[in-house]
Ligand binder design. Structure first.
Ligand code: FMN
Ligand code: MN
Length: 491
């Protein structure tokens, strides 16, 4: 395939899940798996795939107990189709995508689309029809929504919000949605409940990758994720209004559940536990439920999944929805928007998943500059939630190399004088270090540390010199001895 043609096909795939699978097959990035068990086996194969930094797309079909063409797919956004590049260049590419999102293209309402190929209403509604995986052994049930879009509309305005929140199947006509306090879906549903009304929702389980990406990203209140997806695709996305709730959902969604969520004091059910991305079973308990009134699905429907795996897996850094580095890109943008100068790079330290450990390199320009970067980072929209550790380093540190980051911490940081600890910050029920007392009281906050691992500005010129070999000299010597010394060939 010529380069530009391939790029055009990648863009088309971004806007169409089925084209995405075709392209993945041609690129050799698709593993088709026949006959897997939705109980644990699909989850295990997914976890094994995370040992690859960039895993293939896994497409499960002929799933035990279900029609052959009812499918589940994972690693869509984590695959080579969409993760192209390495290191900070990749973060910069994500920043470019984000800039596009600032020219939103509003969605278009249409009256027909593939999602209407099959419709279940009233008594016919049956969520159990689909091969919903039970991903991990300790999970409290089957999760149809991991890489999903939970869509609702603000009762006071035109704002339609779409967020990715986990969705557990309870029975034929009931699912739970777990939304952390402060996420938009939660803010909006509470407005309905305050009026004594049930909140309307549509849940898309399987949609184009560009839409999944928007639903997982932190956009400001009032901004519809569909317009951001449109901006990314360069065209309006098509939405259909639900028959029951009038909540719009993508016309080419694979499966959509539509219904109402009564206030939790009226109905709630045990949700979870769920093996969450930080690596623990931290949150479970009573959650409100969605009473499903309609289901729409395409022929041969596909559930898109993005179940969690421990953040120690290589696939999690680049992969799980590319989101660790995508979130680094958001933070970088937000720091610059707040007026912090001299940002040279933003990265997530592996092990911290998408949120816990931010590292920012700066070219120090004035006294107090490092502090400015650290304090702003802590409060940024995309970094406030679960951003436990922020490390500020000088620009000579390669922040994509954890050993270099730790070297900076080891040698340029004075714990007593170069640390800020701030309590009362936004965390979630999925945080295993949410103190039990606070968890009980609904005080979903805990503390943050900023580690200023930079040469102290006011004596940086006297700071001991680094003992590093000059890069050009090292290259010269390598050239001179290559072929004569075995160890030089091995690298
Ligand atoms: C695969 C995946 C699963 C997620 N699951 C949840 C979840 O169960 N609950 C939650 O509150 N946020 C979850 N998130 C994070 C939200 O999608 C994210 O914070 C997003 O910004 C929410 O949309 P909002 O900003 O419109 O609230 C998940 C993200 C991803 C990528
Ligand atoms: Mn939102």
């Amino acid at each position: 395939m010529p380069e530009s043609n391939e790029q055009a096909r990648r863009n088309a795939a971004l806007g169409d899940l089925r084209k995405c699978l075709e392209l993945a097959e041609e690129m050799g990035e698709l593993e088709v798996i026949d006959g897997a068990d939705p109980y644990l086996e699909m989850g295990a194969l997914y976890t094994l795939s995370q040992s690859r930094k960039i895993p293939p797309i896994l497409l499960f079909q002929k799933i035990q107990g279900y029609p052959d063409d009812y499918r589940v797919v994972v690693n869509v956004r984590a695959s080579k189709l969409f993760v192209q590049g390495e290191g900070l260049e990749l973060v910069q590419a994500y920043r470019k995508h984000r800039r596009k999102k600032s020219d939103p293209i509003p969605p278009e309402i249409v009256t027909t689309g593939p999602v209407l190929e099959n419709i279940m209403l009233g008594d016919d509604v049956n969520v159990l029809k689909f091969p919903t995986p039970h991903w991990n052994k300790g999970d409290g049930g089957r999760y149809i929504g991991t890489e999903c879009m939970v869509i609702t509309k603000d009762p006071d305005s035109d704002w339609v919000n779409a967020g990715t929140y986990r969705v557990q199947v309870q029975d034929e006509k009931t699912v739970n949605i777990f939304i952390e306090p402060g996420k938009h879906g939660d803010t909006i549903r509470k407005k309905y409940w305050a009026r004594g009304e049930a909140a309307p929702f549509a849940i898309s389980v399987g949609q184009p990758p560009a839409m999944s990406a928007s639903a997982a990203s932190t956009l400001p209140e009032g901004v519809t994720e569909f317009a951001a997806a449109g901006a990314r695709l360069g065209r309006a996305v098509e939405l259909i209004k639900g028959k029951i709730t009038r909540i719009p959902f993508p016309a080419d969604s694979e499966i959509v559940l539509e219904g109402f969520m009564p206030p939790p004091e009226q109905v709630s059910m045990e949700e979870g536990p769920f093996g969450e991305w930080p690596g623990y079973y931290a949150s479970s308990g009573k959650e409100p439920v969605l009473q499903v009134k309609a289901i729409y699905h395409r022929n041969g429907p596909i559930i898109t999944g993005s179940p969690p795996a421990l953040p120690t897996h290589p696939g999690v850094q680049y992969g799980v929805a590319g989101s660790a580095l995508f979130r680094a890109a958001s933070l970088w943008d937000e720091l610059e928007a707040a007026g912090v100068p001299g940002i040279m790079g933003v990265w997530k330290v592996p092990g911290g998943g998408t949120r816990f450990i931010n590292v920012i390199s700066i070219k120090q320009m004035h006294p107090g500059h490092a502090k400015m970067a650290g304090l702003v980072a802590l409060g940024c929209g995309s970094a406030a939630y679960l951003g436990r550790i922020t490390i500020i380093v000088d620009d000579d540190i390669d922040i994509t190399n954890p050993a270099e980051v730790m070297w900076a911490v080891a040698t340029r940081w004075d714990p007593k004088t170069a640390t800020d600890i701030i309590d009362g910050m936004w965390t979630g029920y999925i945080d295993p270090m949410l103190l039990p007392e606070r968890r009980k009281n609904g005080d979903i906050t805990n503390s943050r540390i900023i580690i200023y691992a930079v040469r102290p500005y006011h004596w940086k010129d006297e700071f001991p010199e680094v003992n590093a070999i000059d890069k050009d000299y090292a290259a010269d010597i390598k050239r001179k001895w290559t072929g004569k010394l075995k160890f030089l060939n091995e690298a």
